[in-house]
Design a protein around this ligand. Structure first.
Ligand SMILES: Nc1ncnc2c1ncn2[C@@H]1O[C@H](COP(=O)(O)OP(=O)(O)OP(=O)(O)O)[C@@H](O)[C@H]1O
Ligand SMILES: Nc1ncnc2c1ncn2[C@@H]1O[C@H](COP(=O)(O)OP(=O)(O)OP(=O)(O)O)[C@@H](O)[C@H]1O
Ligand SMILES: [Mg+2]
Ligand SMILES: [Mg+2]
Lengths: 259, 259
């Protein structure tokens, strides 16, 4: 059964895109057929893989506008890495928010478009924008589980309260089957008191402590450098902290069902 | 004449909130009467100053819903620091987006609410969410100038193209008087190649090079630590890199008109 994972957190800059690209790549490296879907109008998952598309190319925008059925397969791009595929985003996705406001069943557009091809993949990871927009709601309606990157910083920790309220609402009104896979601490820096404090809080404060992954993603410049050369860190520098941490995260994902 | 400054960048986590709080505090420390306005539903400027408000308290949400005229003055909170005032945000601001969709003159709600008190201040700094929502458009309609924090990382640099396209549209359709004060490089780390590369690009690539401030905000854990104790860094540790850089930024702001 395909695991469809929304990677989301309204707080900006917590490592959502980095997680979609690098966890996705690590899963594909272990032999799992993996699809990445970029649902952020900033199209960072797309640019982070060097797959920028022009206005004419098919992107996720066309799928949620549902101009024609059966377009999803045509929108899938193969990447340089064998089992890693991508449905790209383009800046015109920013317009979809307003254009879909009055559409019938507007929150299920992504699900309708992608369900036909879901069973070709073991994992589908979906990147989201740092806001609780109709685009993010579309992703929540489609996903079977939710992965929450949380930067080990005060604002990102405080953001969890509002985020969990939102998740409760989504479960009641949009997708009762959505389960939380867990919270992953990111940008961890052992040298910094603030970072250690927040990790301690994640480990001790309910309900976060029961959801926290053992794997911690350390702050690591190779991750940023890999985005500059448009490669996932596991294919850029195998021995780096970034590659080690995201490979460990992939292993923990495989052993951990969604709660 | 009051300088009304929107601090904006759709890319998440680039230091918008940190800039509003710390630049605002540095300006107030130099004797300028300064008002901070939190227009992000994540209410980080509010929580970063330890000023969280409950559902019943007056916040920016009530001002843009324009329930009563003349409420702005009542919404202003004094902070512990003499010349630094705040109009707080609350999570209910997230609802304003949908609630204002059909309102007449919806993009000018903030301007209408705050113009009456603007001339009591030398500077008004407005924090924005990491998205191009109606809330951000309200801020662009109210502001006289725009300050763009840009993290010295590839995604943040790439985000500038879309951001500048958006600014052109805002100038044409919403506020022709909006001028760009400049771009400020943030999270700079001399030790990291990626960070140095991006700073070089900001210094050399048009149109960014003509807008780039000389002051660079270095990556500095004291800034994050100061948000944990709800104090601006200039009032938390005077000698830290964060305090030095934000004081320098305040000085450059004073000497630099908006282009
Ligand atoms: N573990 C890490 N260590 C160091 N840098 C990282 C790490 N993870 C991500 N980064 C870098 O930090 C920046 C922010 O990460 P990223 O863009 O993935 O966050 P995001 O949550 O997707 O942001 P947004 O909210 O804008 O979508 C990027 O420049 C990225 O390359
Ligand atoms: N120069 C800096 N050095 C180190 N940490 C910083 C710096 N500036 C900000 N931070 C920290 O980095 C994180 C991101 O910064 P901040 O929240 O101000 O960005 P933002 O652009 O407002 O994010 P959002 O897009 O979510 O609104 C915060 O935890 C903040 O305390
Ligand atoms: Mg992202
Ligand atoms: Mg912010």
């Amino acid at each position: 059964k395909t695991r469809i994972i929304a990677v989301a957190n309204e707080k900006g800059g917590v490592g959502k895109t980095a997680m979609v690209i690098n966890l996705g790549a690590a899963l594909s490296q272990k032999g799992y057929q993996t699809l990445l879907v970029d649902m952020d109008p900033q199209h960072n998952t797309t640019s982070g893989l060097g797959a920028e598309v022009d206005d004419a190319a098919l992107s996720v925008y066309h799928l949620i506008k549902a101009e024609q059925d059966g377009q999803a397969a045509a929108a899938v791009l193969k990447t340089k890495w064998e089992k890693l595929h991508l449905i790209p985003a383009h800046i015109d996705l920013a317009g979809a928010e307003i254009e879909l406001i009055d559409a019938e069943g507007r929150e299920n557009k992504l699900k309708q478009a992608l369900m036909p091809l879901a069973d070709q993949y073991d994992f589908i990871l979906v990147d989201t924008p740092p806001s609780l927009s109709l685009l993010t709601v579309n992703v929540f309606a489609f996903a079977t589980e939710l992965l929450v990157p949380c930067q080990t910083q005060p604002y990102a920790f405080r953001a969890l309260t509002d985020l969990f309220d939102t998740i409760d609402t989504v479960k009641e009104e949009i997708n009762p089957d959505l389960r939380i896979t867990g919270i992953v601490a990111t940008f961890f820096d052992q040298q910094t008191i603030v970072s250690r404090d927040i990790l301690e809080k994640l480990k001790s404060v309910a309900p976060y402590r029961d959801l926290l992954f053992k794997t911690v993603i350390r702050s690591n410049t190779t991750i940023a450098a890999s985005s500059a050369v448009c490669k996932p860190v596991v294919f850029y520098r195998r021995g780096s902290h970034g590659a080690v941490d995201y490979t460990a995260l992939a292993e923990e994902m495989l052993n951990r069902p969604a709660l």
